[in-house]
Design a protein around this ligand. Sequence first.
Ligand code: PMP
Length: 397
Amino acid sequence: TTTALPQLVSEGLSYRDEDGSSVEYAHLDHGATTPAFRAVADEVAAAAVTYSSVHRGAGFASRVTSSRYEAARETVAAFVGARTDDHVVFTRNTTDSFNLLARALPEDTLVFVFASEHHAALLPWGDALRLPVPHSHDEAVALLEQALRNHPAEHRLVVATGASNVTGEHWPIERLAALAHEHDARFALDAAQVVPHRRVDIDALGIDYVAFSGHKIYAPFGAGVLVGRSDWLDAATPYLAGGGATARVSLDETEWTCGPARHEAGSPNVLGAVALATACEIITEHEQAIVDHEQALRIRLLAGLQQIPGVHVHSLFGGGDGAPVATITVDGHDSSEVARVLGDDHGIGVRDGKFCAHLLVDDLLSEHEQDTAVRISAGLGTTTEHIDRLLGALRAL
Ligand code: PMP
């Protein structure tokens, strides 16, 4: 229900207003990072007092920690509907996951990526083929189809997002993945902005690789995952060389192990993995309530913004289905000024700029006088009061 979900999230900050009264901070920057679930914070605290080395010790604590780490891997696999032979590799975040995947591609793999992607999904591939920013789902499919027809290669990978970090809009991932497969290409999903909001089943959707970050699903910073097809990952040079990634080391050569450990050398971030996996479980448990809560927030936010003179909401696909996110500009007010006023005068945290998606923001603002925007991104800790406070603050600008 709409009231229970905010209580899952760690208590927000509050600050003192000029008249001395305490004001609850309204975090409307979930697109950047989400506050931890209370249960995640508890789980991390419990794991922190009993931990020992992973896969390196025979003692009891070491075995407990190793099994917690491997259980976290299984939880993540179930969360994304992984196939039995997929690997779940723990990384630092989505950016790290895509850099790992880029290094694991067979030589001369041709990568197709929409220019509208977050830089984490746009930039790791070297000279990828950048597709123009599409303005409808059909256009996205058509652009990809044409590119796949015109650019044959032995190995090809299509990279796309599940939900835009700028507009919140969902992308037609099932259609794009099916199209990639029709052309014998693989499909990698940037799920950083979709898994906090919607279930992603990679087997059912035909997705070969998926990446996301713990800190956007109500777990702390520091852990992310790459899940997907094991063949390229097992054939690739280890992403990190060192202890844990080896099968055999002799004077003359090193034989690397297969499986996720091949790319995870060094002592792993067990607490981050446990936190991320716990967050996956909580999101799964509350799946329908999350959809309902966020849909209500999205409708309230977009309907409210539309009624404020001088406020423009920028969308790619006409504002269809999506996360409770809106990117706006306000006539006569710089985005940095709007964000500062919201923060300083109203206790509302938003983000301004180009959101690590420069080509997308440039496209959205091509007919506007401003070159940066303000992003409002709600989440599970958001209440209707937060949205109404934001709308009131924008009206008063
Ligand atoms: N992809 C998308 C769509 C994102 O929104 C973000 C974070 N803003 C990333 C990738 C990168 O995530 P991280 O910073 O955790 O690597």
